[in-house]
Design a protein around this ligand. Structure first.
Ligand code: EPZ
Length: 418
């Protein structure tokens, strides 16, 4: 199994380009199932989850070509299997994004019901009840969700809670439904907006993506389209922390500052110096870090996917910070690893209390999920001495060659196998 060896204490300096957003790329790839014509996607990050989604589409019968490293051409003309099997769903929950498109276009789908995972229970009940409201019949057979339908019928759906992939799945189902669908309490994340843009290029009629009410006029069929995936706001936020936590200075380019407004505001209030150089470039420099509380919330507020990285930053700030995690019930696995390096973190329910300013020293630590792994790389870069991170396959799911990017900025990090 791959591991990272990090020798901390070096300020990161230089210019870094942000990759395409994994969480936008995944639903956009699933959207290709909605048409027999070719969908071309550019700026895909080269990460494990994208390879898994490609395999899922190919197993179903899609033709997937990769003319360049970050481009895929997906043609779902001849689909023979309408299934996301357990083997794939257990490695990547986003496989459930096949459900909406398959039911909408083919009237059938079988998707293994995801179990709990490292960050929480993560049920998909809201995806399923919304599909039922659109007229699908849903059964649970041997751990699989089996969905069937004649043509789906538009209706009004109100999500009990904001769900990102739930909104995406139902938006993809509704674009081919008969009549109008209204989604209330819809997710407003930039990834939802990006998917809506692709679907609109394919001929879908969608208004309101980016607000909490999305209106979709169903159409008979969709066509092929070409689309460039938005920059990864979570990767951008991770590099902001990387600069700040190592006393470094970075130019972060090919990002969209509009998508991380709440992050820039909070980081700036802690003393991190962030300057907007252009519409796609930020300059970040470390400052005198002061602890500030943070609460994770749906977009446009602070994202749960940057909670672990923010905790890393707070271990080095002066004072006490309270982090409240409202999205997932078990997303503090990184805290105990940080404590092994000298951080002072106490977990009380959905809150983490961090007494900052403690010196970190390198240790052997274990990555538990994608964003937790990123936070451990960050504390490793800030710590004195050598840190070994095990199970870095988690980070490979969502960060495009993170160790190479960090090396180019002067970070002492290498991948090895023992
Ligand atoms: C998406 O997950 C992201 N994944 C996650 O990123 C991200 O953390 C999360 O949104 C929140 O922003 C992708 O986009 C592929 P939710 P998703 O449905 O859609 C509960 C990463 O590290 N819920 O918005 O699965 C759920 O348990 C990943 O890149 C239900 O109860 O998250 C959670 O508490 C991790 N029933 C809350 O809603 C449902 O049917 C929000 O989850 C659906 C969700």
């Amino acid at each position: 199994m791959d591991k990272f060896r990090i020798v901390g204490g070096k300020p990161l300096e230089g210019r870094i380009s942000i990759s395409g957003a994994k969480n936008s790329a995944l639903p956009c790839m699933a959207a290709a199932l909605l048409t027999p014509e070719t969908v071309v996607l550019h700026n895909l990050p080269y990460v494990r989850d994208i390879i898994t989604m490609r395999r899922l589409l190919e197993d179903m019968g899609c033709m997937v070509l990769m003319p360049e490293r970050n481009t895929l051409k997906i043609t779902a003309e001849d689909i023979q299997f309408f299934e996301a099997p357990y083997e794939l769903v257990k490695t990547m929950r986003a496989s459930v994004l096949a459900l909406g498109p398959l039911v909408a276009r083919f009237g059938q789908a079988k998707v293994s019901l995801p179990g709990g995972c490292a960050i929480g229970q993560r049920p998909i009940d809201m995806h399923l009840s919304a599909l039922e409201l659109l007229g699908a019949k849903i059964e649970l057979v041997g751990g699989d969700v089996v969905a069937s339908a004649e043509r789906l019928k538009g209706t009004e759906i109100t999500f009990d809670k904001v769900t990102v992939t739930g909104t995406e799945n139902i938006m993809m189902a509704a674009v081919l439904a008969k009549g109008t669908t209204i989604l209330n309490n819809a997710a407003r994340e930039p990834e939802v907006v990006d998917l809506a843009k692709l679907l609109s290029r394919m001929g879908a009629r969608i208004i309101g993506a980016g607000t909490n009410q999305i209106k979709i006029e169903g159409v008979e069929k969709l066509r092929g389209a070409e689309h460039t995936i938005i920059p990864d706001r979570i990767e951008a936020g991770t590099f902001l922390v990387a600069a700040a936590i190592t006393n470094g200075a970075l130019e972060i380019t090919d990002c969209n500052p509009e998508h991380i407004g709440s992050v820039i505001d909070l980081f700036s209030s802690t003393g991190v110096k962030i300057e907007r150089l252009s519409d796609v470039t930020l300059r970040v420099e470390s400052g005198n870090l002061q602890a500030k509380d943070m609460i994770t919330e749906p977009f446009p507020l602070f994202p749960t996917d940057l909670q672990a990285q923010y905790m890393a930053l707070m271990t080095q700030a002066q004072g006490q910070a309270v982090i409240t995690e409202t999205i997932f019930e078990n997303r503090f696995m990184h805290a105990s690893e940080m404590m092994r390096m000298g951080a002072n973190v106490q977990i009380k329910g959905n809150q983490a209390i961090i007494e900052g300013g403690k010196k970190l020293t390198g240790a052997k630590i274990l990555a538990s999920d994608l964003r937790a792994s990123a936070s451990l790389v960050l504390v490793g870069l800030a710590a004195e001495g050598e840190t070994i991170i095990d199970r870095v396959y988690h980070i490979d799911r969502g960060y495009d060659k993170i160790e190479e990017k960090l090396q180019r900025l002067g970070g002492q990090i290498e991948r090895f196998r023992d």
